[in-house]
Ligand binder design. Sequence first.
Ligand SMILES: Cc1ncc(COP(=O)(O)O)c(C=O)c1O
Length: 417
Amino acid sequence: MLDYESFLSTLARRTERSVIRELLKLTRPGSVISFAGGLPDPATFPIAELQEVTREVLSTGGRTALQYATTEGDPVLREELVRWMAKDGINVGRDDVLITTGSQQALDIVGRVLLDPGDVIVVELPTYLGGLQAFRTYGVEMIGVPQDDDGINVQALHSVLTRLRQEGRRPKFLYAVPDFQNPSGITWSRARRERLLALASEFDTLVIEDNPYREMRFLGSAPPPITALDPEGRTLYLSTFSKTLAPGLRVGWMAGPQFLISRCVTAKQAMDLCGPALTQAMVAVLLARGTLLERLPTVVGLYRHKRDVMLDALAREMPEGVSWTRPEGGLFLWVRLPEGVDAGAMLKVALEEEAVAYVPGQPFHADGSGQNTLRLNFSYPSEAEIKDGIARLGRIVRRSVPAPVHTVRRRGTTVSD
Ligand SMILES: Cc1ncc(COP(=O)(O)O)c(C=O)c1O
């Protein structure tokens, strides 16, 4: 056999498979109760509306929707997005918006446009695995800053930025998932958002705000997006219709300063020429008709209910010494096991003995910490699966937690209802 490895680029060698995607392969429906993926509930997909819109788009504009499109994306969708973001206080023009093939492509574009090997960036501990995967590919050093209930720890961030400055290094950007973060479910307070921007300004760096869950708020009032608070144009805003409509559409977007967006357009051109014009046109129609806004309360209500079912089940099934977040929105909650319990090793047992899956927390940590943490998804499993699956997980955790446990039980770290 040829030594194929020797032909690989440094970039290909650096790129690692996502732990979650590998895990998902193990969880064929019916065999395992899975809290592992970040999948929306398929019951929320607007199938009838999309059928109707597909017919309409193809009959009135099929020759355009099936043609190559501009790299920037469907102009009507970009106009709609300008209005969509304006309701959150993000004021940009159509030319400041680039449609991407999901938000994941936007993360890769950010990497291509901003990162060189050896650069440093700052991320949350924990943070979105797909972000780490995209940025790691570009050979950067990622420095993790811990979170608490209100978002990133700004004192720790200040110390990191000060140390880097003393070393003569400037991070290219701070990567933030401020609303119902994947994986922790934590939402940043307004004060943290403002402080982040103040630090970005003081240390002259950029902010990448990755915000796919913003619309999925169950309760409480929403602080403005970081981008809406940014007077200096230091922020690139990323979002997607994967959670609000359907991930199979692969329609996401990025918005920000013209100079950077224009560079991102050039990078995307080399990647795929243009995104799928058909699904972009379909989403544009759904936005223009107000279908998405009409549907959101039902989707959000369903996820809120599932979150509540999971919180109740955790309270019933978990032993002392285990704590978890109470997210105000989104798709995930985050569980902390007592120190010393390895959620990675426990997963093997959970799959083999109880046929239940979750994602161990360590891969979400740029510094390799978080062994005793795990992420649970509540949007995809049914209510019955949540109850059954958490009971199974509870049995596994009880077996893994050394007894007796003297740790004080902490219930929930984010603001709760
Ligand atoms: C924080 C975050 N960013 C980006 C993405 C990618 O989303 P998309 O399906 O739009 O590529 C996800 C998906 O789960 C996510 O959680």
